[in-house]
Design a protein around this ligand. Sequence first.
Ligand code: PMP
Length: 417
Amino acid sequence: MNDIFATHESEVRSYSRTWPAVFDRASGSWLYGEDGTPYLDFFAGAGALNYGHNNPLLKRKVLDYMERDGVTHGLDQATSARREFLETFDEKVLQPRGLNYKVQFPGPTGTNSVESALKLVRKITGRESIISFTNAFHGMTLGSLSVTGNSMKRGGAGIPLVHATPMPYDNYFDGQYPDFLYFERLLEDSGSGLNEPAAVIVETLQGEGGINSSRPEWLRGLYELCQKHGMLLIVDDVQMGVGRTGPFFSFEEAGIQPDIVCMSKSIGGYGMPMAVTLIKPEHDVWDPGEHNGTFRGNNPAFVAASEAFRQYWSDDVLEKSTIAKGERVGAVLDELIAEFPAAGGVSKGRGLARGLGFEDTEVAGKISRACFDRRMIVETAGPSDEVVKIMPPLTLSDEELEQGLQILRDSVRAVLA
Ligand code: PMP
């Protein structure tokens, strides 16, 4: 591999850079190395490429927009592309789900959405503290790091900001304690300093934290607790939104309506930076310019996103196929776990956010590497990278799914046999 990456790029470059490949092209479920080697992509930009790489339907719209000199950078200006996004999002996504949110464009990426949400809930409630969960991941800026339950990710940033408190996520105690016992005690304990948190921020399925899926009834319990104690509920759907778990929003199955929803990654459709914060209208207490930034709303991404809503969210075809494909992945994971009982594997996740976890923290990394050697890109997740994370584009074909599952089988066997 070209050494310029080692000599000229910061040491902060991450995990995927240990792979001995420089990628050059990408199409659908495939990435291609400079030498033309195809790699099946079962990582999909950590959920940023739910519609695949260079999706031809979306590409056409982006190219047309570019060719007619559509506005690329418009700061916060009203543009026809922004209007189209707002209209299509409302028509194809919000209205059919009976949801009513105002849309904020908080900046280019997921962490900007989380920051905006954390600021906004403090302004709405006049309260300060935020409840987050064990193993949560919300982003790399200081506010979102403060609610991230992983000290390694905090890196040089040190301790969290004050007033952020982690609570046990669903099943943290393996069912040994009633779900919200500790949380409720702290809320009711006048000495805990936690009597009036502004909000709770939660991922319905923790991606980076190890593909930990919460149960719908746990989410409903959390929602009720929020209402009882005047706390707002922020769902961070940055990674699990836009159909990753099946429905457009990962909280739909639980039947809850969060006060604020953070989205990014696949919301722009084409892998371009874009984030939105969805705010219940009564909570939109921002004053003009109170949360701004140079890149608020990405016009080519608006164009791609609008087309994606029309193509994929006018019916439930993608949702159903994601659930079916996810069940197929789950079945293969179960088979592999049964084949190697001594490895103590655990099948995790739902929809097309799946994980194969191991107690031995070396195993998942080895499987990921074995997949790469067989030309498939698979990542690891969890506090000790102990989970093989399976997140292909939602648009992959059945043949590609089977091809990937066979590579996974071969890789697991190569490592565990
Ligand atoms: N929230 C969640 C749930 C995420 O998974 C991520 C990114 N992995 C973020 C926030 C941060 O998004 P970004 O990396 O785009 O800032």
